[in-house]
Design a protein. Structure first.
Length: 390
C-alpha cells in the first residue's frame, strides 16, 4: 500500500491549512461557540459552495469531485488542528458514507447532489442510549400498509438540531441484536420530528436529542432492504471513527505546537523552560504519541477508502473494523494526553479562558467518549483478533 501523498493531495492539505488559519482562528472559534447553532453560517457557506469540501467524496455523476476518503482525512486533520465548528464532519463522515454504501439509488439521487452543492447538511441518528452496539438502536419501525411508522428517541446526534437531512436507524418490533435494523433518509422537517439541542462540554461540536413520533416513511426512504441495515450502519460508524481519528490527530498536533511555542518563550531562572531536560522528555513523549496516532489514522483512512470504493480490494476492506479500532485507540489517547500536558506545561495560565489549551482539552475529552472510548475499542479489537464475536 502506497502511503506517500500525491501532489494534488498535498495541495488540498496546504490550502485547507491556509484557509482555516484565518477563517477558524481562536477568535472565530470562540465567536462560533457563543452562537446557538455553534458555527458561522457564512463560513459553512464558503466551505460548501466555494471550497466544495462536502463534495469531495461524492461521485461525479451526482455533482461531486469523485475523490476518496484519504483526501477527506487530510481536510479533517486540519479541521481538528483549528477546531473548526461546522456540519462538515456529520455531513461527510456520517451521512455521505451511508448514502454511498446504500443499495437503493433513490435517496442517493435525491440527496447527494444537494450535499455536493453545499446546499444541504446532514447527519446520522442511530443510538437511543449513546452506545455503539446493535442493541442501542431502540427506535421502532412498525409496518402499516405500504408505510413504516417510526417511534422513539435518538441521543447525542451530532449537529442533530441543525441538519437538513437525517439518516436514521430503526428496528422492527420484537427484533433483537443485529436483526431487523433498517436505515432511512428523510428531511429533518418531516412531520413528527422534534429536535432539542443539548449543553455540551465541547462547545465547538453541538449534539442534540432527536425524537420521532409516528413518522411515516415509504420504501423510497430506505437505504437498503428492510431489516438488513446493520452491516451498513456498522461500516459507517467505523468510517466515522476513522475520520474522527484524523481530526483528533490534528488536534493533538496543534496542542503540541501550542505547547512548544509557549515553552520556547516562557523563562524561568533566566532561561527558557524548553531548555530543561525534563520538559524535553515530556515533549518527546508527546511527539511520539502524535506520530503513532498519525500512522494509525492514515492507514485506517486507506482502508476506509477501499471499503467505500466499489472497485476496492475486498481483502483490505475487510480490515475496516480492526483499522478503525486501532486508529481510535491511538488517536484518542494521543489527543487527550497532548491536551492535558499542554495545560500543565502552560503553567498557571494553562486553564484560563484567555488561552486555548482548555478548548483542545474539552474537544479531546468529548471526542474520546463520542464514537467509543479507547477501552471499548481495545476490547472490540481484542475480541476480533481472538476470533470472538465483538
Amino acid at each position: 500500500m502506497e502511503f506517500a501523498f500525491t501532489e494534488e493531495q498535498l495541495m488540498i492539505r496546504d490550502s485547507a491549512e491556509r484557509f482555516l488559519a484565518q477563517a477558524s482562528d481562536s477568535q472565530a472559534v470562540r465567536a462560533g461557540m457563543a452562537r446557538d447553532d455553534g458555527y458561522d453560517p457564512e463560513l459553512w457557506r464558503r466551505i460548501g459552495q466555494e471550497l466544495y469540501w462536502p463534495a469531495l467524496m461524492v461521485p461525479e455523476q451526482h455533482g461531486g469531485m469523485g475523490l476518496g476518503f484519504v483526501e477527506l482525512a487530510l481536510l479533517l486533520e486540519q479541521c481538528g488542528r483549528f477546531l473548526l465548528g461546522s456540519p462538515l464532519f456529520a455531513t461527510s463522515c456520517l451521512a455521505t458514507p451511508a448514502l454511498l454504501l446504500a443499495s437503493n439509488p433513490t435517496p442517493q439521487a435525491e440527496w447527494l447532489p444537494a450535499i455536493a452543492a453545499g446546499q444541504t447538511s446532514a447527519t446520522l441518528a442511530f443510538s437511543s442510549d449513546g452506545g455503539l452496539a446493535a442493541d442501542s438502536v431502540q427506535v421502532t419501525a412498525r409496518v402499516e400498509g405500504h408505510e413504516q411508522v417510526l417511534n422513539g428517541r435518538y441521543a447525542l446526534v451530532a449537529d442533530g438540531a441543525q441538519a437538513d437531512l437525517l439518516i436514521v436507524a430503526a428496528r422492527s418490533p420484537h427484533s433483537h441484536g443485529e436483526d431487523g435494523i433498517s436505515l432511512f433518509a428523510l428531511p429533518a422537517c418531516t412531520p413528527g420530528i422534534t429536535r432539542r439541542a443539548l449543553p455540551t462540554l465541547d462547545q465547538t461540536r453541538r449534539l442534540a436529542d432527536v425524537e420521532l413520533r409516528d413518522v411515516r416513511l415509504g420504501d423510497a426512504h430506505l437505504l437498503c432492504p428492510p431489516g438488513q441495515g446493520w452491516p451498513l450502519l456498522r461500516a459507517v460508524l467505523d468510517i466515522a471513527a476513522i475520520g474522527l481519528a484524523a481530526e483528533q490527530t490534528g488536534g493533538a498536533q496543534q496542542s503540541l505546537d501550542l505547547t512548544l511555542a509557549y515553552i520556547g518563550e516562557r523563562k524561568q531562572f533566566k532561561r527558557t523552560i524548553a531548555s530543561f531536560q525534563a520538559i524535553k522528555h515530556r515533549c518527546a513523549d508527546l511527539m511520539l504519541q502524535v506520530e503513532c496516532a498519525r500512522s494509525a489514522a492514515w492507514y485506517a483512512a486507506c482502508i476506509a477508502q477501499q471499503r467505500l470504493d466499489p472497485a476496492g480490494d475486498p481483502s483490505l476492506a475487510a480490515e475496516l473494523p480492526l483499522a478503525a479500532a486501532t486508529a481510535q485507540i491511538h488517536a484518542s489517547e494521543a489527543f487527550f494526553h497532548c491536551a492535558a500536558e499542554s495545560i500543565q506545561l502552560h503553567g498557571g495560565v494553562g486553564f484560563t479562558w484567555e488561552y486555548d489549551p482548555h478548548l483542545y482539552f474539552k474537544r479531546a475529552r468529548a471526542s474520546e467518549q463520542w464514537l467509543g472510548t479507547p477501552a471499548w475499542h481495545a476490547e472490540r479489537l481484542a475480541a476480533q483478533l481472538m476470533g470472538e464475536h465483538a
